[in-house]
Write a protein that binds this ligand. Structure first.
Ligand code: RUB
Length: 312
């Protein structure tokens, strides 16, 4: 594996690269680097290099189906080229893979623009919106709403232990949006005056449940308690197709030192990075296909991603 690719794997693991979209984007960048620098002389050699890099990337953050879906697309594309063009030269194949991977970035940008347009229309004029963690999709929506001259303010929850809420608050304030940071434990208190909640997504299951930064489910439950609408914004690439066959989304457990460095030996420390919010707490998913009810997301995502369901 190329050194630069190893560095990207490390950066994803350590959260230097953070957020599902950034992670997926960097994973594809890594595949492009590997293919461009590959010394593979044959197509099977190139294919096994791709599989090796794909496995290392996918294992770097287990709760990231957007990255997995993007890697699978690249691997599937390569396999199809090998099968359908047996005479294809390995260097021509390398260029074709790179071209295909670059087109994924354009698609991502187009999707993000649509999500920001749909999401911005949901932001209530003069309202207070609560968010959790840092999602580039959510901050994109807020910035779009601001650029449409909508007046609103955002409360970003701090998001222990890695404080991604600070990244959100600063990014929004730098864009001229009124931003307040509150500790996670204040969620009930701040929700009393809120008009809406919106968070990102790491994974969406076939049941329409949301997997996002730990603490998201608490935000959703408390929003329901106060009758505040709760949305998640996500590209359909975040749908995990394996959940349709009963697979549960794996929740990443991170280093306990992130929570308490040097904790007493007789204290057990847990550090789950994500949690699951049941679909009944979610008013809608803001996607590139519009604001979808959680129950219909799986079928629209299946069509959009061109997935085959065995037996149908
Ligand atoms: C980030 C997080 C974000 C989603 C969506 O967790 O939970 O809400 O990844 O982000 P972490 P985006 O900091 O552990 O990666 O909308 O940018 O894809």
């Amino acid at each position: 594996m190329e050194r630069e690719v190893e560095r990207i794997v490390r950066d994803i693991k350590s959260l230097r690269i953070q957020g599902a979209r950034n992670v997926a984007r960097s994973a594809i960048e890594a595949l492009i680097i590997q293919v461009q620098k590959s010394r593979a002389k044959t197509k099977p050699e190139l294919y096994s290099e791709l599989l090796e890099v794909g496995d290392a990337l996918a294992g770097s953050r287990p709760t990231e189906p957007m990255m997995r879906n993007a890697i699978s697309d690249a691997v599937r594309f390569t396999l199809m080229q090998i099968k359908t063009h047996p005479a294809l030269d390995v260097n021509v194949l390398k260029r074709a893979i790179v071209k295909e991977a670059i087109s994924y970035f354009d698609e991502m940008e187009g999707n993000q623009k649509k999500i920001c347009d749909y999401g911005a229309r949901l932001i209530p004029e003069g309202g207070i919106v609560v968010t959790h963690c840092h999602s580039s999709t959510v901050t994109g929506i807020f910035k779009r709403a601001k650029d449409m001259d909508r007046e609103f303010s955002v409360i970003a929850l701090e998001t222990r232990p890695r404080y991604q809420g600070r990244v959100t608050a600063k990014e929004l304030a730098d864009h001229g949006i009124k931003a307040t940071l509150a500790v996670d434990g204040a969620v009930n208190l701040v929700m009393k005056k809120a008009d809406m909640c919106i968070v990102g997504a790491d994974a969406i299951t076939s049941m329409g449940d949301l997997i996002n930064k730990v603490g998201t489910s608490t935000v959703a439950h408390i929003a329901r308690e106060h009758d505040v609408s709760f949305y998640s914004s996500a590209e359909l690439y975040k749908y995990d197709p394996l959940t349709l066959f009963g697979n549960r989304e794996r929740i990443e457990e991170r280093e306990t030192a992130e929570v308490w460095e040097g904790a007493p030996r007789n204290v057990k420390v847990r550090n789950p990075a994500f949690d699951a919010t049941a679909s009944r707490y979610i008013n809608g998913y803001v996607t590139e296909m519009g604001v979808l009810p959680p129950q219909s997301l799986w079928s629209i995502a299946t069509q959009r991603l061109g997935l085959q369901i065995a037996g149908i």
